[in-house]
Write a protein of this length. Structure first.
Length: 115
């Protein structure tokens, strides 16, 4: 998180679909107060750009439909579509399903790029 917040991998992008997953899981596993607190924190963070997903829906569905090697969830396909549209090079995740996505590097665990 320190490297993400410092911008070492570029602007932090928060797709709407990821936000939905985070608050839904927190609501189910904790409670509405925790889910709301985290949601408000994410939406209010100055170093995170929230990305509404309606305009990338078709791109995400194409990526989701065209996959052959991995089994990306629809949300993961949306993350790839957003990264490509915003010319992002890095995805902060522990999910190895992204590793075959051309032009994208998974972090953490990677060296911080030279600026």
């Amino acid at each position: 998180m320190v490297h993400l917040a410092a911008g070492h991998w570029g602007q932090a992008l928060l797709p709407e679909y990821v936000f939905l997953e985070v608050v839904t899981v927190l609501r189910a596993r904790r409670n509405i107060e925790v889910a709301t607190l985290v949601g408000d924190t994410l939406l209010g963070a100055e170093d995170i750009t929230f990305i509404p997903c309606s305009d990338i829906f078709i791109d995400a569905f194409e990526i989701f439909s065209d996959q052959r090697k991995r089994e990306l969830s629809f949300t993961d396909a949306a993350i790839v579509a957003i990264a490509r549209r915003h010319k992002a090079r890095f995805i902060a995740t522990f999910d190895q399903d992204f590793r075959d996505q051309k032009g994208l590097t998974l972090v953490p665990g990677q060296e911080i790029p030279e600026r």
